[in-house]
Design a protein around this ligand. Structure first.
Ligand code: ZN
Length: 455
């Protein structure tokens, strides 16, 4: 693949990434990440390339790069950053994937083995028809690269961070934060390049060794940049953004639309910009929530007909009803899905002034009888939130706090009205190991730390 093709892929896919996650709306932070990123890119092995650095608006903790010089960090990751040098380590690693052309090499390898690549479409269903090259790159950015590539990116990241004047040791402290984050959350809370291969601990040793070797001849004047970095992160949105709706257990709530919906227990729920998708553990059954705007008053049966005709679904039964004081139309349909072939669907259309909420439960026809009660329960759970209920749903933000004598993470958590379960997260946000008692001792009066504050 030529360099031109490589750049073209990045340029073509960048808007898809932005559409998927959104840019985080804070100019100062975008500028900050871009400044540090460009400083590193300028000392990298492909300094003639135009690099682009963007903060994307998702609570997921991740960073990834597209071929051709497009690098992304999530706001979720930035919350856990404790110095400019740590950020430089992350950006350096991603620049390393670009300079070593990992996405391209992975593509070439996969193509030569004839590996099918529709896996990516599970994560990004709307990019189904985007072509095989794009699929490969999406596969890479969502699931990580091989052990060999990750190590190479680690080495390159350390090299670039050091060349730009940053303390390269910082990346190992951030990798430790990430490995502890898994433990605190009790699950792999982020997917992608920092989670899978190689084992984080192994990588920390590598980064340590590399850092030690690099710093030997010149120990002085390496930038860590803690205070300035924390000032940039001050005010950062933390966790889900209620403006886009929040998921608590199986419940989805949207304070601006003032709606609430309960999906079946134990299902995985993903909140995307234009749809909420819930899937069962077998990934065979799914329920989607979307909305349609009406231009003028139209009978709901007709709205249902228009929407289902658009996706080529045929009604086998259906009728008008009321769901929690709202006009509704619920029906059973058969149709065809791109990924599953023949399907049966239970669809609820619920009217809320000029908005129709569409709740679509879908599965293969032979599973429909078993799935129907789950689909119906979800449709019937839909209700409007009162203004008061909606007002209690507020985002949390990172704030800076100066430690007072006698403070503990638990006490600070309580003082800021946050749940006690968040104490460990608070330690981790400040780069401390929540499983070591020394983390409390490290809370020196007068130190500025990050806290989580309700808006
Ligand atoms: Zn990586």
């Amino acid at each position: 693949m030529s360099e031109e093709q490589e750049i073209a892929i990045g340029r073509e896919m960048d808007p898809k990434i932005i559409q998927e996650y959104g840019l985080y709306p804070a100019d100062h932070l975008q500028h900050y990440v871009e400044t540090i990123g460009k400083r590193l890119a300028n000392v990298s092995d492909r300094h003639d390339l135009f690099f682009h650095f963007k903060v994307v608006d998702t609570p997921l903790v991740n960073a990834f790069a597209l071929p051709g010089g497009y690098v992304y960090v999530t706001r979720g990751l930035l919350a856990y950053i404790n110095s400019e040098a740590e950020l430089a380590g992350v950006l350096g690693h991603e620049i390393g994937h670009v300079t070593a052309r990992h996405a391209v090499r992975q593509y070439t390898k996969a193509a030569s083995y004839g590996i099918a690549t529709n896996i990516a479409s599970i994560f990004f269903p709307q990019i189904n028809n985007f072509g095989q090259i794009a699929d490969i790159a999406f596969l890479a950015i969502t699931s990580g690269y091989s052990r060999e590539y990750e190590r190479e990116a680690d080495r390159l990241g350390v090299k670039y961070a050091f060349a730009a004047g940053y303390d390269p040791q910082a990346i190992s402290s951030f990798l430790q934060t990430l490995s502890l984050l898994d433990k605190v959350e009790g699950k792999k809370s982020y997917h992608g390049l920092f989670s899978t291969h190689p084992q984080t601990e192994e990588r920390m040793n590598l980064a340590d060794a590399e850092a030690a070797r690099k710093t030997m001849p010149q120990t002085a004047r390496l930038v860590v940049g803690r205070e300035h970095c924390l000032k940039q992160i001050d005010g950062l949105l933390f966790g889900p953004n209620p403006k886009e709706g929040i998921i608590t257990g199986e419940t989805f709530q949207h304070p601006d639309l003032r709606i609430k919906l309960a999906f079946p227990k134990g299902w995985n729920i993903e909140n995307k910009p234009d749809v909420v998708i819930a899937t069962d553990s077998s990934k065979e059954l799914s329920i989607q929530l979307r909305l349609e705007h009406l231009n003028k008053k139209t009978p709901l049966a007709e709205v249902a007909r228009t929407i289902t005709a658009k996706i080529g679904f045929r009604e086998s039964s259906g009728g008008g009803t009321r769901i929690n004081d709202l006009d509704a139309y619920v029906g059973t349909y058969t149709g065809r899905s791109q990924t599953r072939g023949l399907v049966t669907a239970r669809i609820g259309f619920i009217q809320d002034e000029d908005i129709v909420h569409v709740i679509l439960g879908i599965c293969r026809p032979e599973q429909f009888a078993a799935a129907l009660p789950l689909f119906n329960a979800t449709i019937n759970s839909f209700r409007k939130l009162s203004v008061n209920e909606a007002q209690t749903i507020k985002p949390a933000r990172i704030a800076l706090y100066t430690v007072k004598a006698g403070d503990t993470f638990a006490a600070i958590c309580k003082a800021f009205g946050r749940p006690p379960g968040e104490t460990k997260t608070l330690a981790l946000l400040n780069g401390m190991n929540p499983y070591q008692t020394t983390a409390q001792a490290a809370l020196m009066p007068g130190t500025v730390i990050k806290v989580i504050k309700n808006e």
